[in-house]
Design a protein around this ligand. Structure first.
Ligand code: ATP
Ligand code: MG
Ligand code: MG
Length: 550
């Protein structure tokens, strides 16, 4: 066991527990249901969930659904599915921020009564102007000194639908000269005539994020409210809200750096555009890094967990190579999955001296490095499929696979020697003819002579035909991810569909999300959308080799 130093968040938690400021740890994951979750969110989910587990605390799943403009029930369901799949079990702790609208309203009333909030009639543009800049202090609103009674009445009128959108807002009364612009009397409630997915038309005023979020955390008894770095300069406002509302042992906001993948599209708004433009086949297109897409591609929760742990938790923004995510899934799958033979680009191999119509069943270990996976029977016969590039008419130096006169090992079977080949009228190779040597059968201990190449194969009459999809990055990395106008430089080769691939017959029970190693070709997963028992469709999760080093 290696001693891993604690990350900065754990150090904060340790101190809070030691000093008795909190007596437990209570975290939450608070997505806005306005899109699908992506790999960056996975980091936040696993971090929050992991801390709760590690400290024997609690983890809340909370939909931060206080802004009705972009929120949809569809996203609530997909987010729950993704989080469950990642293994972050919230048990019975599922919450909706919109269920706290009454308490948020009461909190605003409390601030008004304390003289800490006022109704302001300035327009959005005037408010921006009055707010000042980083170098110039703001100016007080002419409505700043309204009496508590007047504010109480106006805020109630706001709630009771007496005003148009934008006509009035409620602002916290803090400090228009604060060096932190977030503290210059931020808006905490606005009039917005919108139907909410949960509360319908009950409300025509909605709280702003910076006001709502600390209240949500405090209501749920969250101790450490973990968010990303862009909220760092909102923290004084977070602290102001929980202090003025006089919560006991209020939550603490802690910021960490977002997870970015180099040359990978993660932002919801970009993914949305790709979906809307029909560039990809939905939010779960296997080229994307939404959780749904990663799942469909064949990534596992364990691989994603390993990835976010390797990335670590930091205060400094940085970007991680996609190859690291691939490394993690290879590591996770390599001992867990059967190593099967599948031919992606077939040519026929005919063993001229093998008896017509005969079949023998070879016992093949499913994973030589993991005996627990057992073995399977693979039929062997006269006609096989092999990969097209395992034969060359005129081989270059150091090519050890099939060429006229050369002998190779058929994986798990016999040595075969290439005797001849057949070309069609266009010069394309259609058949390779070999002879086999019965004494070379795998497992018999034959050692009289050696061959340099081993190739895989599937028995042609027993093979299952399938489709295989190979992927590259959806963006053209050389051209840079984004164009000047903000559009994405697409890689025209991000998807390759191979429609005539052949599998050993032992795939006949494969079902959605099952994954395998295809020897020499990588890890592949049954596509959950398009695969059928009659026609299996596989996604390549990742190839077997990479120059990536940890
Ligand atoms: P995006 O900007 O990609 O749309 P978001 O921050 O708007 O994401 P939310 O639903 O508000 O999405 O996020 C829920 C939680 O996930 C927040 O706590 C947020 O800080 C965290 N989060 C979002 N993106 C990342 C990321 N790239 N890395 C780590 N955490 C993230
Ligand atoms: Mg957000
Ligand atoms: Mg967002």
């Amino acid at each position: 066991e290696i001693a891993v130093s604690k990350n900065f968040i754990e150090q904060i938690i340790d101190k809070d527990l030691e000093e008795g400021y909190y007596d437990m740890v209570h975290t939450r994951f608070p997505p806005e249901p306005n899109g699908y979750l992506h790999i960056g969110h996975a980091k936040s989910i696993l971090l929050n969930y992991g801390l709760a587990k590690k400290y024997n605390g609690q983890f809340n799943m909370r939909f931060d659904d206080t802004n009705p403009t972009k929120e949809k029930t569809e996203f609530v369901e997909s987010i729950k599915e993704d989080i469950m799949w990642l293994g972050a079990d919230w048990e019975d702790r599922l919450f909706f921020a919109s269920n706290y609208f009454d308490q948020m309203y009461e909190a605003a009333v409390k601030l008004i009564k304390k003289g800490k909030a006022y109704v302001c009639d300035l327009t959005a543009e005037q408010i921006r102007e009055f707010r000042g800049t980083l170098t110039a202090p703001g100016k007080n609103s002419p409505f700043r000194n309204r009496s508590i009674d007047e504010n109480m009445q106006l805020f109630e009128d706001m709630k009771n639908d007496k005003f148009q959108d934008g006509e009035k807002v409620l602002r916290a009364k803090i400090d228009m000269a604060s060096p932190n612009i977030n503290m210059r009397d931020p808006i905490i409630y606005r009039v917005a005539h919108m139907t909410h997915h949960n509360t319908g038309d009950k409300w025509c005023i909605y709280p702003m994020y910076d006001f709502a979020h600390p209240i949500e955390d405090a209501i749920e008894g969250i101790t450490h409210s973990i968010c990303t770095l862009e909220f760092e300069d909102h923290r004084p406002l977070y602290d102001w809200v929980v202090r003025e509302l006089e919560y006991d042992k209020p939550p603490k906001q802690i910021e960490f750096a977002k997870l970015y993948l180099t040359n990978v599209v993660t932002g919801k708004r970009y993914i949305k555009k790709l979906v809307e433009d029909g560039v990809v086949d939905g939010w779960d297109d296997p080229r994307l890094v939404s959780i749904a897409a990663l799942r469909r591609r064949g990534f596992t929760p364990e691989s994603i967990k390993m990835f976010v742990e390797l990335c670590g938790v930091s205060k400094a923004n940085s970007s991680v190579d996609y190859a690291m995510l691939e490394y993690c899934v290879r590591e996770d799958l390599k001992l867990k999955k059967s190593r099967m033979m599948a031919i992606l680009d077939p040519i026929k191999l005919i063993i001229d001296n093998y008896p017509d119509g005969e079949v023998e069943y070879l016992d093949v270990a499913n994973n030589m490095e993991n005996e627990e996976l057992g073995s399977r029977q693979v039929p062997f016969c006269k006609e096989l499929y092999i990969e097209r590039d395992d034969f060359m008419e005129e081989p270059p130096k150091k090519y050890f696979r099939l060429f006229p006169g050369n002998e190779v090992r058929l994986m798990n079977a016999y040595f075969v020697k290439c005797e001849s080949f057949v070309k069609d009228s266009e010069g394309k190779i259609t058949e390779v003819h070999c002879t086999y040597d019965p004494v070379t059968k795998c497992g018999t201990g034959f050692s009289e002579r050696k061959v340099k190449g081993t190739i895989h194969w599937v028995p042609a009459p027993y093979a299952l035909k399938c489709e295989v999809r190979l992927y590259e990055n959806i963006v053209n990395e050389e051209a840079g991810v984004y164009n000047e106008d903000g559009s994405i430089n697409l890689n025209p080769n991000s998807l390759t569909v191979l429609r005539e691939c052949y599998l050993e017959p032992s795939f006949d029970k494969a079902k959605a999300y099952d994954s395998y190693q295809f020897v020499r070709n990588g890890f592949f997963c049954i596509d959950s959308k398009d695969s059928t028992p009659e026609k299996l469709v596989f996604n390549r999760i990742v190839s077997l080799k990479s120059s990536f080093k940890l």
